[in-house]
Design a protein around this ligand. Structure first.
Ligand code: AHG
Ligand code: MN
Ligand code: MN
Ligand code: MN
Length: 295
């Protein structure tokens, strides 16, 4: 077993320490901020708060050189030459923020790259997500494998405890659940056909936040997708801070990812906000998806 990378550990210490602060700030930050982000989305006060807190926390981590966020047009230089010893951290500060109004799950997604962004997922050295559910959990994947932690507030510094509840997460062998984003009429015919087959076999688990829906697949086995849409062939999810980290995690658990033709981790982006169709889960359903789209 290789040793833990101290910078990666410090990144996830910082992310864990922000989790209770983000969670406690949400009740008062359900309103729109009045601004749009680089993806053209409405930004909630919760998105802004989480983004600012995570920038502050991660800028203080020795070995983080660049901060990329869903909510910021460009990378922020936080000191240290990325790729020459410093890492770039790509963050979705609040994933599924549209669930804030309906009080459903949300998350924070983290990708740690040893190359300046835009970069392919092959440059990831670690990835993870916090899930703000009934329990606050954090999934961390690195070259040692994938672990699940429970994050709880405590009075001492850094104000949280991280308890590893599973230090070797692997996908269940049998797929059980599925969740597909977008609307049926917006799916290309080949995906619609594939979805119809999957719907006859698996149980629907779709809650509208990628982190919550992926965590269902991580827990029970199955497939999550936000596919290409007829009017949006690149889909909705962003490569740097949504698709790449999730693909890294699921592939590290023995699962598979696809942009429709091959691993998400091989996609070479032009920009830090590039979108990509995302499909992740057990190898069987992903292989069948690629065959269906290749038809
Ligand atoms: P974010 O809140 O970070 O912008 O991400 C929202 C994404 C993702 O969490 C989820 O899978 C997808 O939007 C849901 O999209 P629909 O509302 O179209 O289902
Ligand atoms: Mn958003
Ligand atoms: Mn998101
Ligand atoms: Mn977000």
């Amino acid at each position: 077993m290789t040793d833990a990378d101290p910078v990666v550990e410090a990144v996830f210490d910082a992310v864990a320490a922000t989790a209770p602060e983000i969670r406690d700030a949400l009740p008062g930050r359900r309103v729109e901020s009045g601004t749009e982000n680089p993806s053209g989305e409405t930004v909630l006060a919760g998105d802004v708060y989480a983004d600012e807190l995570l920038l502050e926390a991660l800028s203080a981590v020795e070995g983080v050189g660049s901060f990329v966020s869903e909510e910021r047009p460009e990378a922020i230089d936080v000191g240290g030459a990325v790729g020459e010893g410093a890492y770039a951290v790509a963050i979705d500060p609040l994933d599924g923020s549209s669930n804030l109004r309906s009080n459903n799950t949300m998350g924070t997604v983290v990708g740690v790259y040893d190359a300046p962004l835009p970069a392919s997922g092959r440059d990831l050295v670690a990835a993870g997500y916090v899930l703000y559910g009934p329990i606050t959990t954090m999934i961390v994947a690195d070259d040692r494998g994938v672990r699940e932690e429970v994050v709880e507030r405590d009075g001492d510094d850094p104000g949280v405890t991280r308890s590893v509840v599973d230090d070797d997460l692997t996908l269940p062998d049998e797929p059980t659940v599925y969740g597909f984003g977008g609307r049926v009429p917006d799916w290309p015919a080949a995906f619609r056909e594939y979805a119809r087959e999957v719907e006859d076999e698996l149980k629907l688990r779709y809650g509208g936040s990628m982190v919550g829906d992926v965590n269902q697949v991580v827990t029970y086995g199955g497939v999550f997708a936000y596919p290409a849409l007829v009017d949006a062939p690149e889909g909705k999810l962003r490569l740097s801070f949504e698709a790449n980290p999730i693909a890294y995690i699921v592939e590290s658990m023995g699962g598979a990812s696809s942009d429709g033709s091959g691993s998400i981790l091989d996609v070479e982006p032009d920009g830090i906000h590039d979108r990509v169709p995302l499909h992740v889960g057990n190898e069987g359903p992903i292989d069948r998806l690629e065959a269906a789209l290749d038809g």
